[in-house]
Ligand binder design. Structure first.
Ligand SMILES: [Fe+2]
Length: 318
């Protein structure tokens, strides 16, 4: 059985189409989608339309889909904050049938492969490994580490393995999980690891990779009776064309500042958003504001000055 795992599309139709085209040539039996179908790029309906009709798939929701539930249930006034503008645009943009589809997705799923292997599918493993060294594997930490060591992917896999093996609490939690393979996404970094026969697979982010590569990732999990093979794939697509289309979109018009940060991320594969959040919190403090969500006036000021700052690495050192 060959599974193609796709995560964190974030509304990037161009990346999804390129990845699906590549997958069609790889003899796949089933798709696994692990959440965050919309978000930063202007095609929430187009992406959902494609995924909805794909046969032979396992699919779960991500934190973005979780926000949709909040938007439905809570006072929508909270979402007029500029900080959440992009999310709100997506919520308003999604057609009723697509919104309903995304809202009914389960948070996790267990797939039993030939009664021998159990696969746990979910968006984020953070909740499974609370208060462990797992926070060292975020995209911002990845960028900071890359600044220091300029490492190769193989080195990163060794680094991940070392983090897991040297954290007793994490190891204990991993052993207690009733699954042989855990498939997820969320951090936008593609990696996999085999720890004493238990396999963790992060499929990276198809639409917004943050591992300093701009190609779109997906991972193949190939299981047969006597072996498991994992293949990490990256697909090249025309990012410049995507950016040009993005700049003509309603989303770009509606939230230009945020969209420009996303464009930076598309161009360099670096987690600019987290660094921007650190910056905006600093700007708020300097204005004596500690409110959350961030006040619109402060948010706008920070967005404007973010782009005025020079491109030196200093901007990441707040
Ligand atoms: Fe995501």
């Amino acid at each position: 059985m060959r599974y193609a795992i796709i995560s964190d599309i974030h509304g990037n139709l161009h990346a999804l189409q390129a990845v699906l085209k590549d997958i069609r040539e790889s003899n796949i039996d089933k798709y696994i989608f692990v959440g965050d179908y919309f978000g930063d790029l202007p095609y929430p309906n187009e992406v959902t339309d494609i995924i909805k009709v794909l046969n032979k798939k396992y699919i779960v929701s991500g934190n973005k889909e979780g926000y949709l539930t909040n938007l439905q249930e809570n006072n929508k006034d909270e979402w007029i904050h500029n900080q959440f503008k992009v999310l709100y645009w997506n919520y308003k943009e999604l057609r009723k049938d697509n919104l309903d589809y995304l809202l009914q997705l389960p948070e996790k799923k267990i797939v039993c492969q030939d009664n021998t292997k159990k696969i746990l599918i979910l968006h984020s493993i953070t909740s499974l490994f609370k208060e462990t060294k797992l926070d060292l594997l975020t995209s911002s930490k990845y960028a900071e580490r890359m600044d220091k060591f300029n490492f190769e992917h193989e080195d990163y896999l060794k680094y991940v393995k070392n983090i897991i093996l040297t954290d007793k609490k994490l190891m204990k939690k991993l052993e207690s999980i009733d699954a042989d393979i855990i498939v997820f996404g969320h951090t936008h970094i593609q990696w996999y690891i085999n720890i004493n026969g238990k396999i963790l697979i992060n499929a990276g982010s198809c639409g917004l990779p943050l591992d300093l590569k701009t190609t779109a990732p997906y991972t193949i999990l190939d299981i047969s009776s006597n072996r498991i093979i994992i293949e990490e794939h990256r697909v090249k697509y025309d990012i410049q064309n995507l950016i040009e289309e993005f700049k003509k979109s309603m989303l770009y018009e509606y939230a230009k500042g945020w969209s420009n940060i996303v464009i930076e991320e598309l161009r360099n594969g670096r987690d600019e958003i987290t660094f921007f959040f650190r910056y905006v919190i600093e700007v708020a403090k300097n204005h004596g504001s500690h409110s959350w969500p961030i006040e619109n006036e402060i948010w706008n000021k920070a967005i404007n000055s973010w782009f005025e700052r020079n491109n030196s690495k200093d901007k990441y050192l707040l």
